[in-house]
Design a protein around this ligand. Structure first.
Ligand SMILES: [Zn+2]
Length: 294
């Protein structure tokens, strides 16, 4: 069968990834309904008003089976008032997701995920019990459990994304310049599920922060994290050995300064971004720092 140029191709249900793209000519919005090429019309539940005319739309189907259209609109910077303040951000691993040079902006790991996590584990066990033998179709019970597991998973992810966005908004509102540890997941290949989950949460939080800063025209410096736990934010000296993770206090052998390990790392972020961590907490030194693409 020939298809018209520019129209999305429908693939076999079992082989297709659950996303479809429609460019300008492939969709139309009319009275809150989304009309797609091929005579499909769906009613959209809007999460917020579109800020501008969309140039394309991507339809994504989640594991629960719901359809999510994402509209692409031209980016627009929403300026926030200048604050004259800068902040250094270090990603933690243990009980704090992000430590900053300002105590008021630390982000603790969320606790509320526990109930949902227990639920998720229950449905995953249920799936394991009902798993069909190789080559046999899945039973109704298995599919039901899989759907419940996907739902629980989605709930955890949503709560986390919501908390990350709220925190990012606060950080971005209160600071003009952000020096952010350029975190890359370290444990994905070889570690416990808890570590992998923490890695994923930090990656998502970092992305939310960068996106928020870009939206509001703030400056982001992504800082190479190498040796940040070994350097002294006070005098710049580097210790010979990395601190073991159990050691929560950084003590400098060169200048004798002693401070919480994460706070020291967050200050090193500021220092490496060319900002001044000493003196008044978080205040930007004279002269604008070089702008760096995030
Ligand atoms: Zn020192």
């Amino acid at each position: 069968m020939r298809r018209r140029a520019g129209m999305p191709k429908f693939k076999k249900k079992h082989l297709a990834a659950p996303t479809l793209n429609y460019t300008r000519r492939g969709f139309r919005l009319k009275e809150g309904r989304l009309h797609l090429a091929g005579g499909i019309a769906v009613t959209v539940v809007w999460s917020r008003d579109l800020p501008a005319e969309p140039s394309s739309v991507r339809i994504h189907r989640d594991p629960v089976g719901h359809l999510y259209p994402s509209f692409v609109v031209p980016a627009r910077v929403e300026e926030l008032p200048a604050t004259g303040r800068a902040i250094g951000i270090d990603w933690g691993v243990k009980d704090i997701a992000a430590t900053t040079t300002s105590d008021a902006h630390d982000l603790p790991h969320p606790q509320y995920g526990r109930a949902a996590a227990a639920k998720l584990a229950r449905y995953q066990k249920m799936m394991a019990r009902r798993r069909p033998p190789k080559g046999r179709p899945a039973s109704t019970g298995y599919r039901k459990a899989a759907r419940q597991a996907a739902k629980a998973h989605r709930k955890v992810a949503r709560q986390r994304a919501d908390a990350a966005r709220k925190w990012a908004k606060k950080v971005v509102r209160d600071h003009d310049v952000l020096a952010v540890e350029d975190f890359t997941p370290k444990f994905l290949a070889r570690s416990t599920m808890a570590r992998k989950a923490a890695d994923g949460a930090i990656g998502a939080t970092k992305n939310a922060l960068i996106e928020m800063a870009r939206k509001h025209g703030r400056i982001v410096h992504l800082v190479n994290p190498a040796h940040t736990t070994m350097d002294c934010a006070g005098c710049g000296a580097r210790t010979k050995h990395a601190l073991p993770l159990s050691e929560r206090t950084y003590t400098c052998t060169a200048c004798g300064v002693s401070c919480p390990r994460d706070k020291n790392s967050a200050r090193v972020m500021l220092l490496r971004a060319g900002l001044d961590p000493v003196g008044v907490e978080g205040v930007r030194p004279d002269g604008p720092p070089a702008r760096q693409a995030a």
